[in-house]
Design a protein around this ligand. Structure first.
Ligand SMILES: [Fe+2]
Length: 340
């Protein structure tokens, strides 16, 4: 198979209050509004080579509308679309617009809408944002910390192994690792990648009946020091840290999780291994071997199992008056247990 996908390019999320979310991403995450069109707001990190990497659209609940990958060539785009159709999924060719050309959009077997494209407008910084360094699309942000770029997205699906195998077989992702529970033979997490890192697409087990859910998405910073400073920025502005800062065993990345105003989970991420092995066999982790927390000295808060949109059968942590990441949510996990 030729290499089909090159990298994750942008995500479109839904938020009930678009302007509140935009303010949060500008002020506390350090993104910048690049443009607005048809009610959607397009944001960029300072290191994005294309115009934007996050699109916020109005929607009744926090959700992932689209995850978009750039293919490796025009031929790879046609080949990827053919392979999706051969796998029994019918997509559509669209002119995505807003800096993207002909795109193939389809909804995968677990309900996640993916857009594949080759043609894209490269970002050209206005004079005030131009960097003195030729490889930088624009100057480093003046925020205390701002992400260099979008890193990965982690969705939720009812069968983690089948999900990863479908995306491997159809689109050429490498499967890098699984986490299976210590006490039950249930795989709760998997990571797949188009590149040298452990994942640009993760998947957590979804026990709800709702397809196409997302658990979180992550931005990249260059160093662990910046990640810790990002935690400072959030804490001092009243944003609760849901989990971290710490290091995942899977992928060995440093992480930090928090929520945006819609309740959507965001991650700061840095470090981790680089793995180029083409016939890599997925690592088999358990929570007890440090899959989530390399140091094995703290349990993941149960609020982390909440995915989006929320499971209609179960109240969210917020609806129960529990703010994810607070002491109450961490010390009383049963209050927020069992969802998604
Ligand atoms: Fe993540």
């Amino acid at each position: 198979m030729i290499k089909l996908l090159s990298h994750l390019s942008y995500l479109e999320i839904a938020a009930p209050d678009v302007e509140a979310s935009v303010r949060f991403y500008e002020e506390q995450v350090g993104l910048r509004v690049q443009s607005r069109a048809n009610g959607k707001v397009y944001l960029r990190s300072w290191g994005d080579y294309y115009n934007y990497s996050l699109v916020i659209a109005q929607g009744p609940e926090p959700a992932l509308n689209v995850m978009a990958w750039r293919t490796s060539s025009p031929e790879a785009l046609d080949e990827a679309a053919k392979r999706v159709e051969d796998a029994g999924v019918t997509g559509e060719w669209i002119d995505a617009g807003h800096g993207h050309g002909r795109s193939y959009r389809f909804t995968g077997p677990w309900g996640h809408t993916m857009e594949l494209f080759w043609e894209v407008e490269k970002y050209v910084a206005p004079e005030e944002f131009k960097s003195v360094f030729p490889d930088r699309p624009e100057k480093r942000t003046q925020h205390a910390v701002g992400p260099r770029q979008l890193d990965h997205v982690t969705v939720a699906a009812s069968d983690v192994r089948a999900f990863t195998q479908w995306y491997r077989d159809v689109l050429g992702f490498r499967i890098m690792a699984y986490t299976t529970l210590d006490d039950y033979p249930v795989t709760v997490f998997g990571v797949i990648t188009t590149n040298e890192k452990s994942h640009d697409l993760g998947v957590v087990l979804d026990s709800s009946d709702r397809p196409g859910r997302v658990n979180h998405f992550a931005f990249w910073v260059d160093s662990r020091e910046e990640l810790l400073q990002a935690a400072d920025v959030l804490m001092e502005r009243g944003t609760h840290i849901e989990y971290g800062p710490s290091i995942h065993g899977v992928g060995e990345q440093s992480f930090l999780y928090f929520r945006d105003p819609s309740g959507m989970r965001i991650e700061w991420n840095t470090g981790g291994y680089r793995n180029y092995v083409p016939d890599w066999e997925p690592g088999e982790w358990k929570p007890s071997t440090g899959s989530n927390n390399l140091y094995r000295n703290g349990a993941m808060p149960m609020s982390m199992t909440e995915s989006f949109p929320p499971d209609p059968g179960k109240p969210t942590a917020t609806e129960e008056g529990i703010v994810p990441g607070t002491e109450e949510a961490i010390l009383n996990p049963y209050a927020v247990q069992g969802r998604g």
